[in-house]
Design a protein around this ligand. Structure first.
Ligand code: ATP
Ligand code: MG
Length: 260
């Protein structure tokens, strides 16, 4: 059995990769599946810390088998890459018995992040609803908001897709979602939607619905909880929490994961 690998990636910081990774992990665990997690952004370590908080705050809770991988400090770049590759493939082997492996990556281009992307069966790229975030995916004309050409991150994914194909791997299912959407239907939101819809076919991703801006995501971190365990918190459930859970369910369904 090979695990299905889910990678959270975007060369832009703070778009919600770690938060969404944690929610997907807790969802998969709640279905009784064996889940492994790899944090290749171990220096920042948001996913590692979230899991640690969960372990200490929630008694007797099922956790994923977790591996955090730090960037090599070796000054020789080639040697550093070699050490990182070794650590990464050792982690993948260790988690080889899992149904799913979820990998959280940093908001910039690193060798470890590239290794992770090349392993992705499903790649989820969250974007904030802004042309600043869109810029790492595609260059957009400031005259008419028509897309000009794919930019750094889209090119990186393209290269990893090629790398995977050369190894005979099945194609990466790339899903782009918007995060922290305002509930207001603004011109900005409409423009970004139009660009993403046009781009989806051209560079080969599926456009999911995403998550609205909700303060609950910030409130949950320190308690190690997610939207899926609100019953265990002393927070009163409100309509925003219910909607956020619905958004998570929609993402999971949209991913069309095996064994679910
Ligand atoms: N839908 C949301 N509504 C409100 N806040 C959110 C939402 N999603 C994420 N956040 C908040 O945005 C911040 C960044 O989220 P997160 O750390 O998950 O992003 P990231 O992409 O992993 O960042 P980095 O690139 O630095 O690793 C956090 O404070 C998080 O709580
Ligand atoms: Mg992160």
């Amino acid at each position: 059995m090979n695990p299905h690998v889910i990678v959270l990636g975007n060369e832009k910081g703070g778009t919600g990769k770690s938060t969404i990774a944690m929610h997907v992990v807790v969802y998969l665990l709640s279905k009784g599946l064996e889940v492994g997690t790899v944090d290749v952004d171990a220096r920042q370590g948001t996913l590692s810390r979230y899991l640690e908080l969960r372990r200490s705050a929630v008694g007797n809770v099922k956790l994923p088998e977790h591996v955090a991988i730090f960037r090599s400090e070796d000054n020789d770049r080639r040697k550093a890459h070699l050490l990182e590759s070794e650590a990464f493939y050792a982690a993948m082997e260790k988690l080889g018995h899992c149904n799913f492996v979820v990998i959280d990556t940093p908001g910039n281009d690193t060798h470890l992040s590239q290794l992770a992307h090349a392993q992705a069966d499903t790649l989820i790229t969250p974007l904030n609803d802004s042309f600043v975030d869109l810029d790492v995916l595609v260059k957009v004309s400031n005259q008419d908001t028509k897309t000009l050409h794919p930019s750094i991150y889209a090119e990186m994914v393209w290269n990893q897709r090629k790398e995977r194909a050369s190894r005979g791997g099945k194609p990466i299912d790339w899903i782009v979602i918007r995060n922290r959407l305002t509930t207001l239907y603004t011109k900005n939101r409409k423009d970004i939607n139009a660009v993403l819809e046009a781009l989806a076919k051209r560079i080969g991703f599926r456009l999911g619905t995403g998550f609205c801006e909700r303060v609950i995501f910030k409130e949950l971190f320190l308690s190690g909880l997610t939207l899926l365990d609100l019953e265990q918190s002393n927070m009163a459930m409100n309509i925003s929490h219910v909607s956020a859970r619905q958004e998570l369910r929609e993402l999971i369904n949209f991913m069309k994961l095996p064994n679910l």
